[in-house]
Design a protein around this ligand. Sequence first.
Ligand SMILES: [Ca+2]
Ligand SMILES: [Ca+2]
Ligand SMILES: [Ca+2]
Ligand SMILES: [Ca+2]
Length: 131
Amino acid sequence: MTINTPRIVALALAACAGTDQGFVADGVDGMNGLACWDLDESGDCFTAVEDINGDGECSVLDCRGEDGSDGVVALDGSPGVDGIHCWDIDENYECNVDTEDQNGDGECSQIDCISANGLNGEQVHRARPEP
Ligand SMILES: [Ca+2]
Ligand SMILES: [Ca+2]
Ligand SMILES: [Ca+2]
Ligand SMILES: [Ca+2]
């Protein structure tokens, strides 16, 4: 491959032959931002209005909002309804000896909840009734 030196030089000169764009002058500087305490946007500290925390000067401390009010303490919930004893088959909260005293000892107790066949007895959990 042969290098065409005159052609490369011609291309380089053509690339540099553009018109002079010159430089555009800088724009005017923007205005300074306002301080957060400067409520009337005057640029000055008007302590009677803008010194929110009353320390005699305007600072970022005057930009804070007022503290919120305390939350309300929740009231305790009402106690739940007593559960039903496992022996209380008719769920009337009373011991019905005729039907609920399974072991015949004259009273209703957890012993009456044990199934008659012992080892493989079925354990029954009943839901609490709606209040
Ligand atoms: Ca001001
Ligand atoms: Ca202040
Ligand atoms: Ca009962
Ligand atoms: Ca019993």
